[in-house]
Design a protein around this ligand. Structure first.
Ligand SMILES: *Cc1c(COP(=O)(O)O)cnc(C)c1O
Length: 428
């Protein structure tokens, strides 16, 4: 190709990017603010844009692609199932749901599974189950059930869930709000104990708050929550939709404290990045409160979802991914700790999951992410100047190092030519 031809191809590719972004912005509701990268292909820990540029994916679909994009075993399971049957509805039995529920329940150490599709649906389902359990098992007076949640939570975007969100952007103008929720500070055991009343049916928590910036509660908190919920005959619901399934170096983040919740909410990685699959996993004493017609979903428990979910469970059963996330997590942490004082003010991490607070005077998280993309690394900011790093667990050591090095490079650039004083005040 001549230099002129190369330039022309480049211009055409750039035009294609612009056209696709413009089309998306024109015809898709503006409920997200994406970085200006148009992905057309992905494999493992990397994605490729329409201009042929490769990036390391340090978000991994908010942990939906924990096992990497298009993991061969997961794609094979989906393809195999596509040749047989994909949807039956729960009006009939199918040959994947029973095995999926059995295998998932065993992985989590429980008896029963309620299959749903999205994470928010799993949370909604848990709210219903906890309330019904409260009325029928605990004996709470009708209509009085209360569920305790934590400040800074993220459990999804439905009307009930945003009713107990502290995020004003997610809440404002979507009322009237659902009653029955009490918010306490995250990590504060005394506040939680004080909030419990005879009408409390459940405590709903993320064992590590993901959207809040990978916030890890003080050591002993989850153990304390377990003890006080047990003492008060209250269910402990662990939302492990983002923290679960290998991300933190364990199958479940609760395991770090040896805590067993009454209900686990799983989603994201459970669908292997291929189809939405979520589940409530609990004992028969809890999920047994549901009877035909009381709850359901047309797509919940469909054979394609179950086949992919079974393949995900098989990957996790080996323990390989959990071990790898822990090992790579140590490398990630060491790399990020070296940036403390060089534009990074705080690092929190567990396994291959890190929240990184950037000096707000240097830049917003959004600005850092835009610059990282320029150096071939895709990451996502959250809350002003916090970044979240959560690459696929299949990422190679040198790729992980490359990502951390690019953050160092961006921070170096910013420190030599600060773009904005008072960056913290800018909207992210
Ligand atoms: C993503 C997420 C949800 C919601 O899942 P969706 O599939 O987006 O509905 C719920 N809880 C937590 C902790 C999450 O990270």
């Amino acid at each position: 190709m001549t230099a002129v031809e190369t330039d022309l191809t480049r211009t055409q590719a750039a035009t294609r990017t612009e056209t696709l972004i413009a089309q998306t912005e024109q015809h898709v509701a503006h409920n997200y603010h994406p970085l200006e990268v148009v992905v057309s292909e992905a494999t493992g820990a990397t994605v490729t844009d329409v201009e042929g540029r490769r990036y390391l994916d340090f978000l991994a679909g908010y942990s939906a692609t924990n096992f990497g994009h298009r993991h061969p075993a997961l794609v094979a399971a989906a393809q195999e199932q596509l040749r047989r049957v994909t949807l039956t509805s729960r009006a009939f039995y199918n040959d994947q749901l029973g095995p999926f529920a059995t295998e998932l329940a065993a992985l989590v150490g429980k008896e029963m599974v309620l299959p749903m599709n999205t994470g928010a649906e799993a949370v909604e389902s848990a709210v219903k189950v906890a309330r019904k359990w409260g009325y029928q098992v605990k004996g709470v007076p009708d209509g009085c059930a209360q569920i305790i949640v934590a400040a800074g939570n993220f459990h999804g975007r439905t009307t009930t869930i945003i009713s107990f969100s502290g995020d004003e952007t997610a809440r404002a103008d979507f009322g009237p709000y659902a009653p029955g929720f009490v918010t306490v500070p995250y990590g504060d055991l005394a506040a939680l104990e004080q909030a419990i009343t005879p009408h409390t049916v459940a405590v709903l928590l993320e064992p590590i708050q993901g959207e809040a910036g990978v916030l890890i509660p003080p050591a002993g908190y989850l153990t304390g929550v377990r003890q006080c919920t047990r003492r008060n005959n209250v269910l402990f619901i662990a939302d492990e939709i983002q923290s679960g399934l290998g991300r933190t170096g364990r199958t479940l983040a609760c395991e770090h404290e040896g805590v067993v919740a009454d209900m686990y909410l799983l989603g994201k990685a459970l669908g292997g990045g291929i189809v939405p699959v979520s589940a409530v996993v609990a004992g028969e004493d809890v999920l047994g409160v549901l009877h035909p017609g009381e709850h359901g979903s047309t797509f919940g428990g469909n054979p394609l979802a179950c086949a992919v979910g079974r393949a995900v469970v098989s990957l996790l059963r080996t323990g390989e991914y959990q071990e790898r996330a822990a090992l790579l997590g140590d490398q990630l942490r060491a790399g990020l700790d070296r940036l403390l004082g060089h534009g990074v003010v705080a690092v929190r991490s567990r396994g291959l999951w890190a929240g990184i607070d950037i000096d707000p005077d240097l830049a917003t998280g959004r600005e850092v992410c835009a610059r990282l993309a320029g150096y071939g690394v895709l990451a996502k900011d959250t809350h002003g100047s916090t970044l979240r790093f959560a690459p696929a667990i299949v990422i190679q050591k040198d790729q992980l190092q490359y990502g951390v090095d690019q953050l160092a490079r961006v921070l170096g650039d910013l420190r030599s030519t600060p773009v904005r004083a008072g960056g913290a005040a800018r909207r992210s």
